[in-house]
Design a protein around this ligand. Structure first.
Ligand code: GAL
Length: 316
């Protein structure tokens, strides 16, 4: 009886900026990450910058959850050792996983680079299981363009898009993946704003795109624009939070839409980077105020989410 009461009352609270523990009581290593939902389960993939990792390798971790608040560690789904011979301090960042239902394969995109960020490619890995070991397939420049920060967007019709920042073009692309997801096929938009950490959500008939300025690990005022179609035209960019807060010290990685029986909550998923102690980087997730072409990130504080109803509430 007591156990049942405790379970029902278990608070699914989010505390932005705190250390978030997984089921093993270890700080979640899923930085620059992305989340997909399969059935009633969310899977969170991100950079695993754990202190105990082999410094020659790069890692992606996968966690699962049914309420977005309690996360079970599943696997280090990537433990790659410099697959393209990019040399010491090679870079693997911002992994995003798509499920290809036709091929029944999980396809991971990530940013692959050398120590100087001159290579500017995406790498693709595949796995038969969501939390299986992803095998390196290839790396390339999407649509032949330089690509650094990447983001993922899956529309309500299931179509899968890659968002990628392109320095020479001074903007970012939203591009559709091929049928098998193994390549980037069709440009929807090249949004001429020098933004990275790109994220898109489709909410009440409008597309909202969010991105951060190009200031490396330092936070900056993230911005958003809207469009009726992924092909644009896109509105001007506006701040998502008071600019002096520099997005409350965070950087965008995804906008996650949670559709419940009563409401829809859109969550801003951001990283609070700690470049000198990367394993200790934190997460800032907050439900955004969104609608009628406006999007605002409220000041971070404790909040709760009921994934069944889709309702979120500020605790304090
Ligand atoms: C940021 C980017 C991160 C990482 C970092 C390196 O701008 O969002 O993913 O690439 O630069 O300085």
């Amino acid at each position: 009886m007591f156990a049942a009461v405790t379970l029902m009352a278990a608070p699914q609270t989010f505390r932005p900026g705190d250390v978030w523990l997984d089921n093993r009581d270890r700080h979640i290593q899923a930085h620059g990450g992305g989340i997909i939902k399969l059935g009633d389960t969310w899977y969170w993939f991100g950079e695993d910058r754990g202190r105990d990792n082999d410094p020659e390798r790069r890692y992606v971790a996968c966690y699962s959850s049914k309420d977005l608040a309690h996360w079970t560690f599943r696997n280090q789904v990537v433990r790659w050792s410099d697959p393209e011979n990019l040399g010491p301090h090679w870079v693997l960042e911002r992994p995003k996983v798509f499920y290809n239902a036709k091929a029944k394969k999980y396809v991971m995109y990530l940013h692959l680079d050398d120590a100087k960020y001159k290579v500017a490619r995406v790498a693709v890995g595949v796995s038969d299981k969501v939390d299986g070991d992803f095998t390196f397939v290839k790396s390339f420049r999407p649509l032949g363009q330089e690509s650094r920060d990447i983001g993922q967007f899956i529309d309500d019709d299931g179509a899968a898009y890659l968002i990628f920042e392109d320095r020479p073009a001074k903007g970012f692309h939203i591009a559709k993946l091929s049928d098998d997801y193994l390549t980037v096929e069709r440009e929807m938009s090249l949004i001429k704003a020098p933004l990275e950490g790109g994220a898109v959500v489709h909410y009440q008939g409008l597309y909202y795109a969010v991105g951060s300025a190009l200031t490396g690990w330092d936070p900056n005022p993230n911005k958003y624009a809207t469009a009726k179609s992924l092909e644009g035209p896109w509105s001007e960019f506006r701040d998502i939070a008071p600019p002096e807060t520099r997005t409350y010290g965070s950087q965008s990685t995804m906008l996650l839409k949670v559709v419940g029986s009563q409401a829809t909550t859109v969550i801003f998923l951001g990283d609070i980077w700690r470049p000198k102690t990367q394993w200790d980087s934190r997460y800032l997730w907050m439900p955004v105020e969104i609608g009628d072409g406006k999007l605002a990130l409220p000041a971070p504080r404790e909040w709760t989410l009921d994934v069944k109803t889709g309702r979120s509430a500020i605790v304090r």
